[in-house]
Design a binder for this molecule. Structure first.
Ligand code: ADP
Ligand code: ADP
Length: 231
């Protein structure tokens, strides 16, 4: 069965004046890495935001593990916990240490005791080589470090899916590689991922499928081999 199934989703803004998604349908399997590309304003970000219910579709359905998450009875917060999200701008809390940024949500939601969450945070920081930054504040870090911390902060919630919205677009070029490397590692570990990106190299090498969006609809989807290597 599909892990995620989007069926005929329409998302309107401004009372229908803007159709950010216009009859969008797709499926994502467990362990798949889907790269979403397309021009600015084509609905990529809206699609991700509908997947984790930051936005609710105007019509259509989204199924997660067979459950219709567009149903009014669904617990939106419970669903969001399963979907880790990483934005272009890291959204770290500036007044909290790196470690606190990572432990805040699991502790506040009662998923972990502080000591457990601290231990997990240190493990995650060791994984990305930033254990020595645990007690520093985000403004002491480079953009690449901040974004890798934003990624492990999402991982601390033990999500089933990771959603990335242009995770490298705000970075200086020399920082892009370290973030893509971490994402590539996650993909190889079997994490299900949907990635809005302009990084064609990443899409080509890491994605199992590439989706082209335009005007709120999916124009084409195929394996990167077909999209990039055809004459
Ligand atoms: P992309 O991520 O491909 O750049 P978006 O999903 O951000 O595209 O936007 C799709 C369309 O919806 C654009 O025309 C954008 O201006 C519009 N849009 C997005 N969010 C809102 C909003 N909150 N209110 C009104 N229009 C929006
Ligand atoms: P992105 O393309 O990465 O979503 P944007 O700058 O288009 O970045 O959007 C940033 C925020 O502004 C998002 O929350 C989006 O929903 C909102 N937004 C985008 N376009 C519009 C719009 N035309 N009117 C109101 N809000 C918008």
């Amino acid at each position: 069965a599909d892990l995620i199934r989007v069926e005929h989703v329409i998302k309107e803004y401004n009372h229908g004046a803007v159709k950010a998604l216009n009859d969008c349908s797709l499926s994502i399997q467990k362990g798949e890495v889907v790269a979403i590309i397309g021009p600015s304003g084509s609905g990529k970000s809206t699609l991700l935001r509908c997947l984790n219910l930051l936005e609710v579709p105007s019509s259509g359905h989204i199924y997660f593990n067979g459950v219709d998450i567009t149903d009014k009875k669904v617990d939106i917060n419970l669903h969001r916990r399963k979907m880790g999200m990483v934005f272009q701008h890291f959204n770290l809390f500036p007044h909290m240490t790196v470690k606190k940024n990572i432990t805040l949500a699991p502790v506040q939601l009662g998923l972990k005791k502080q000591e457990e969450a601290d231990a997990q945070a240190m493990k995650l920081l060791e994984r990305i080589g930033l254990a020595n930054k645990a007690d520093e504040f985000p403004n002491m870090l480079s953009g690449g470090q901040k974004q890798r911390i934003a990624i492990v902060r999402a991982l601390a919630m033990e999500p089933e899916v990771m959603l990335f919205d242009e995770p490298t677009s705000a970075l200086d070029p020399e920082m892009v590689g370290e973030v893509l490397d971490l994402m590539r590692d996650l993909a190889h570990e079997g994490m299900t991922m949907a990635v809005v990106t302009h990084e064609m190299g990443f899409a080509r090498e890491v994605a199992s499928r590439v989706i082209f969006m335009d005007s709120g609809a999916i124009l084409e989807e195929n394996s990167p081999r077909f999209l990039f290597d055809s004459p």
